[in-house]
Design a binder for this molecule. Structure first.
Ligand code: GLU
Length: 432
């Protein structure tokens, strides 16, 4: 089973969407289930409604989950497991206050040493623990030897016991920390492979250690994806608009193009433009680059045009808020003029809006409008053109400029002969 485990703490980042896509693809390839687990145990960071938003985005991208779980529903299981570890003396109660720990952290920083837990509470006797009524966290004792794993992208990884440290698994409010909840849930869901961002590499030995201590010996494979960089070569953060999936959608990028781009990024693929279905046929984690990939919005714009070109006209029409396939065809004529729904939509709307009446071509436009009202429905633009030239007596610039304005609401744009087949059934509406 594969899983996507987002925290409902902010707008979905493209890095997270990429993680979701890869997990989905591998699940399909292996014929395993794909689940979504909303990691909502950090109440202070949760944002109301972000879980729904994440699920809607997954839906929009066609990443259908076989099941959706909320991590907080597993609270009692996490608590039971913590008690089990305490009883086995693999974990211990820690009464250090946040202030004390902060002071120790500051001291480590001042002496330029990496902070490690002092081990103070590990040596408390049972009597001392029972007599203490102060709030406490639960820490898992650090491992005795290094924890190693083979990352499918980054290769062999080894973490020394001191780097894993005796870390907190239950907060003072008796909820599980991220590492504890995640390690247990991956075990309970029988996850076979975890694909996630590289920012989690140092969490992995902790999660493996937790499961080892719980006696779970089935191996979970890991693949940590390199981060995505912005154009300045820095990690793409909330400050980069394009890092937000919602922003990209609002800008008029199609889910098909965004997914294509995220699969292409830092990858060796047999073609550049493809659908998710096609990617399922050849996607291989082994082809992903170990190095961070740079986000390139121009490439995404190119892919967006390519996907619009290939899209079923009726579907494309719907993406623009229309219903008729002819509008989808019309949009395809405008791909030189813009790359996104947001850029092209005003041009399509201008065609159907009232045309300027105080224009320098006002008279000619009126003349053409009257002629068009009386005109039969011509199959081709050439036929219409000859008819209109004859009835209005206009020619050259005096004919084409006002006709373009009348039909498209713009002075420039695609060839009228190219647009006409898709406009002809709306002519009366357009010139009204
Ligand atoms: N909830 C974590 C996050 O959103 C992901 C954890 C994971 O994939 O293991 O960063």
């Amino acid at each position: 089973m594969l899983r996507f485990a987002p925290s409902p703490t902010g707008d979905m980042h493209i890095g997270n969407l990429r993680v979701a896509i890869f997990n989905y693809i591998v699940a399909k390839q292996r014929g395993e289930r794909f689940i979504v687990r909303i990691e909502d145990t950090d109440k202070e960071r949760n944002i109301e409604g972000k879980d729904r938003e994440i699920l809607e985005i997954l839906q929009l991208f066609g990443l259908h989950a076989d099941d959706v779980y909320y991590q907080s529903h597993n609270l009692t299981v996490h608590q039971h497991m913590a008690i089990k570890l305490l009883e086995a003396r693999k974990a211990f109660a820690c009464f250090c206050t946040p202030e004390e720990l902060e002071a120790e952290r500051e001291a480590a920083k001042a002496s330029k040493k990496a902070y490690r837990y002092s081990g103070k509470c590990e040596v408390l006797s049972d009597a001392e623990v029972l007599a203490n009524e102060k709030p406490f966290t639960v820490r898992l004792k650090k491992p005795e030897s290094a924890i190693e794993f083979n990352d499918l992208i980054k290769g062999n990884q080894s973490f020394a016991p001191d780097d894993i440290d005796s870390f907190v698994i239950m907060r003072a409010d008796k909820t599980a920390t991220y590492n504890f909840a995640c390690a247990i849930d991956d075990m309970l869901h029988d996850i076979s492979l975890v694909i996630r961002g590289e920012d989690h590499v140092s969490n992995t030995p902790k999660q493996i250690h937790i499961r080892n201590q719980l006696g779970y010996d089935k191996e979970i494979a890991y693949a940590h994806l390199p981060i995505i960089l912005n154009t300045e070569g820095k990690k793409m953060s909330k400050r980069d608009d394009a890092s937000s999936v919602k922003w990209l959608i609002e800008e008029g990028f199609l889910p098909e193009a965004i997914a294509n781009y995220l699969i292409l990024l830092g990858n060796k693929t047999p073609q550049e433009v493809f659908t998710m279905e096609e990617a399922i046929a050849w996607f291989d984690l082994a082809n992903l680059s170990k190095a961070a990939a740079k986000f390139d919005i121009d490439k995404l714009r190119f892919l967006n045009r390519e996907h619009m070109k290939r899209m079923d006209s009726k579907e494309l029409s719907r993406a623009f808020g229309f219903a008729d396939a002819a509008i989808g065809e019309l949009v395809k004529c405008y791909l030189e003029e813009g790359s996104t729904v947001k850029e092209i939509k005003p041009k399509i709307e201008a065609i159907f809006s009232a045309k300027p009446t105080d224009h320098e071509w006002k008279e000619q436009m009126e003349n053409l409008r009257n002629a068009l009202k009386e005109a039969p429905l011509f199959e081709t633009f050439d036929e219409l053109k000859s008819y209109l030239m004859k009835t209005t007596g206009l020619k050259g610039k005096n004919f084409f400029k006002p006709l373009r304005l009348l039909l498209t609401g713009a002075e420039h744009g695609p060839e009228l002969s190219q647009l006409y087949p898709h406009l002809k059934s709306y002519l009366l509406e357009i010139i009204k």
